[in-house]
Design a protein around this ligand. Structure first.
Ligand SMILES: *Cc1c(COP(=O)(O)O)cnc(C)c1O
Length: 358
């Protein structure tokens, strides 16, 4: 088997042990005579899997009792429309723009009503996330939305907003479960699975109970949080296999010691890479130190002509997915929970060699 390190932004690396377990269970799950893929979502086998996935997620992420956890489809981008449909309630909403994804979320929301930008770092090229103190919150708005980790620009919020006047809605797609979060500071948290949770197809939405009462009557039932909450996310057939795989990832994280333990590893991994980038003029990362993402590390080579050969050389050594997003170019290493520190070491060693030979 070819050994590789996958630095893709998403769909992304999964823990080897999780995939081996999925492989072992694939054809006959726990002597049921069935693959999880073949199970009725309402049958006793699948319900036992599903209930454990939800309870493991709740304990891992410390989800308070007054929040529902929904297992939906449509990706994070579907939530760009579902958030206003479920929450706007005829009023206004505030959006913080800190990179590509939060800007796109704002743009997707525009047709739904009176949307305003509470803060933006677009004019400075997203080199730093708008400071929490500079967010202009309108207390009559229904919510304020932000993206807590910008996957393309590599900008992460480490302090989370603590706003009492209106609910905070967060797109955590690319760093959910990378560290503990105080969920009680949020009205809604959502994340597509394919970055830090499991295979694509699943979108997890965490929503505070009192926010389930104001959906627009135009909200499609599959995307109505309340309807889904009342039906165990099964108003339609859920992404059964993706949910099962996410459950294996949750078990892996719990065994590892939970989110404080994975956070320590993530800090070490990110430091290894950023410290090397900062130690040389050959590579640069443009993001303000206090917002540098632990999950997505974009960097450039001073001589921009070398990016393509850097990526090809890395691929030849088994390092996949290092090409920067087409919008920003350069190089990007996504180093999610499942990327072992050995992968970062191999990358840094390659970066050193590449620098020497160029
Ligand atoms: C990947 C990503 C998205 C888009 O996810 P889809 O599953 O394609 O809808 C949105 N927001 C962030 C922060 C992301 O990383």
């Amino acid at each position: 088997m070819k050994c590789s390190y996958n630095f893709s932004a998403g769909p992304a690396v999964l823990p080897k042990s999780v995939m081996l377990r999925a492989q072992a269970e694939m054809i006959d799950w726990h002597d049921s005579g069935l693959s999880v893929m073949e199970m009725s979502h309402r049958g006793k086998h699948y319900m036992s899997i599903f209930e454990k996935v939800e309870s493991d997620f709740r304990s891992l992420f410390n989800v308070p009792k007054n929040y529902k956890v929904l297992f939906l489809q449509g990706g994070a981008i579907a939530q760009n429309s579902m958030v206003p449909l479920n929450l706007l309630n005829g009023k206004k909403a505030n959006y913080v723009v800190s990179g590509y994804w939060s800007k796109r979320t704002y743009q997707d929301a525009l047709p739904f009503g009176d949307m305003s930008i509470a803060a933006s770092s677009e004019s400075i090229g997203y080199g730093k996330a708008p400071d929490l103190n500079d967010w202009k919150i309108d207390p009559s708005a229904s919510y304020v939305h932000f993206c807590s980790n910008e996957t393309i620009h590599g900008v992460e919020y480490f302090d989370m907003p603590s706003i009492k006047t209106i609910p905070v809605v967060a797109d955590m797609s690319s760093h959910i479960l990378s560290r503990p979060v105080d969920i009680s500071q949020f009205g809604v948290i959502y994340a597509g699975a394919q970055k830090n949770i499991g295979p694509a197809g699943l979108t997890i939405v965490i929503v505070r109970d009192d926010l389930l009462e104001v959906a627009s009557p135009l909200t499609p039932s599959v995307f109505n949080w309340k309807t889904q909450a009342e039906n165990q996310s099964m108003i339609n057939t859920p992404t059964t296999y993706s949910i099962y795989m996410a459950g294996l990832v949750f078990e892996w994280l719990i065994e590892l010691g939970g989110l404080s333990a994975i956070e320590k590893q993530n800090i070490k991994k990110a430091e290894l890479l950023y410290n090397y980038i900062d130690s040389t003029d050959f590579y640069t990362n443009p993001i303000d130190i206090k917002n540098r993402s632990r999950m997505n590390v974009p960097f450039r080579i001073q001589n921009e002509d070398l990016h393509a050969s850097f990526v090809t050389g890395a691929e030849n050594l088994g390092m996949i997915g290092l090409k920067g997003h087409r919008l920003v170019g350069g190089i990007r290493a996504s180093i999610y929970n499942a990327m072992p520190i050995e992968g970062i070491q191999v990358l840094v060693d390659y970066m050193k060699d590449f620098e020497k030979s160029h």
